[in-house]
Design a protein around this ligand. Structure first.
Ligand code: DOR
Ligand code: ZN
Length: 346
């Protein structure tokens, strides 16, 4: 049987939530990944180093015994974040980035940035200290077509931002378009992107296959096939600007299967296996290790993980539902269907 041993990968974009939800999902990530960049869009959002440190403590407490998984914390940028919070973040050693959610763009983004011009002093401090800005790259202008919001963001917001702050480290998170991937490729070494497994495996037809599929709904929304192909080409290219970020985003079943369903795909249960499928389909399994375990640490200035994991080419069936918070289930990507790579138990 074909098997693949890799340096233990990291997840450079992850939602872990809090409380019972955190306890339910964290073991899936900790089994596969050495570290993860943990998103700060809790309710209320994490806007201070003190809040991020407390959340980090809750994550460590929720880890399975013996796990050496390391959460890498982020702060949630607001119009009012003081530049001194950036100094505190850098000095803390536990905060590795600041996340920009345009206000209203996605889940728990209401407190996000309404006017980026008000963040100039804070962004200048990040540029000076080398603290990366992680970007949810979608405009919120309701007159812009939902499938165009990333491309318009690149043109209207990201390009001007990098003109003003040419040395700012920026990660275009969960890039979903050819336009976004091209922009990253053509920018300096300070600009990178994460890619999700679901955007490498699915195009927007998956939202409407035989009926509306709420568990394929995430933001930025799945795009047409030409974009999926461009993303896959970027992922397998070996270019160090592109690295793994699952954007695994759990929501209770009843909040997804609703008249106004939440955005987010839960993928942590197969967080590396789904990428193996995508890379195998592209004939590029030999490129998976660098994408999953080398490019991210290089961008963030961190050492590579020392451990290893092994994947075997073997079908397994994803459970139809996973336990989540009291009284509600979590529907994982591929629920009830097979994944063709399996993580070998340690
Ligand atoms: O689909 C998404 N879900 N996109 C985001 O940007 C946020 C995330 C979440 O927190 O649920
Ligand atoms: Zn996310």
């Amino acid at each position: 049987m074909q098997s693949l041993t890799l340096t233990r990968p990291d997840d450079w974009h992850l939602h872990l939530r809090d409380g019972a939800a955190l306890a339910a999902v964290l073991p899936d990530t900790a089994r596969r990944f050495g570290r993860a960049i943990v998103m700060p869009n809790l309710k209320p959002p994490l806007t201070t180093v003190a809040q991020a440190a407390a959340y980090r403590g809750r994550i460590l407490e929720a880890l399975p015994p013996g796990s050496d998984f390391e959460p890498l914390m982020t702060l949630y940028l607001t119009d009012n974040m003081a530049p001194r919070e950036i100094d505190a973040a850098k000095a803390s050693g536990i905060v590795h980035a600041v996340k920009l959610y345009p206000a209203g763009a996605t889940t728990n983004s209401d407190a996000g940035v309404a006017d980026l011009a008000r963040c100039r002093a804070t962004l200048a401090r990040m540029e000076a200290l080398g603290l990366p800005l992680l970007v949810h790259g979608e405009v919120t202008d309701p007159s812009v077509d939902v499938f165009d919001r990333e491309a318009v963001f690149v043109e209207r917001v990201l390009a001007p931002l990098l003109k003003d702050f040419p040395g700012l480290k920026v990660v275009l998170e969960h890039v979903t378009t050819r336009d976004g991937a091209d922009f990253v490729r053509e920018s300096g070494a300070n600009v990178a992107a994460t890619l999700t497994a679901h955007h490498l495996l699915l195009n927007r037809n998956a939202l409407f296959a035989g009926g509306i599929r709420p568990h394929h709904y995430c933001l930025p929304v799945l795009k047409r096939e030409l974009h999926r192909q461009a993303l896959l080409a970027a992922a397998v290219s070996g270019n160090p600007k592109f690295f793994l970020g699952t954007d695994s985003a759990p929501h209770a079943q009843k909040t997804k299967e609703a008249a106004c369903g939440c955005a987010g795909c839960y993928t942590a249960h197969a967080g590396i296996e789904l990428y193996a499928e995508a890379f195998a389909a592209a004939g590029a399994l030999d490129r998976l290790e660098a994408f999953a375990a080398f490019h991210g640490p290089a961008f963030y200035g961190l050492p590579r993980n020392r451990g290893r994991i092994t994947l075997v080419h073997e079908d397994w069936t994803v459970p139809a539902a996973l336990p989540y918070v009291a009284g509600d289930a979590l529907i994982p990507l591929r629920a009830g269907e097979t994944v063709s790579w399996k993580l070998q138990a340690e």
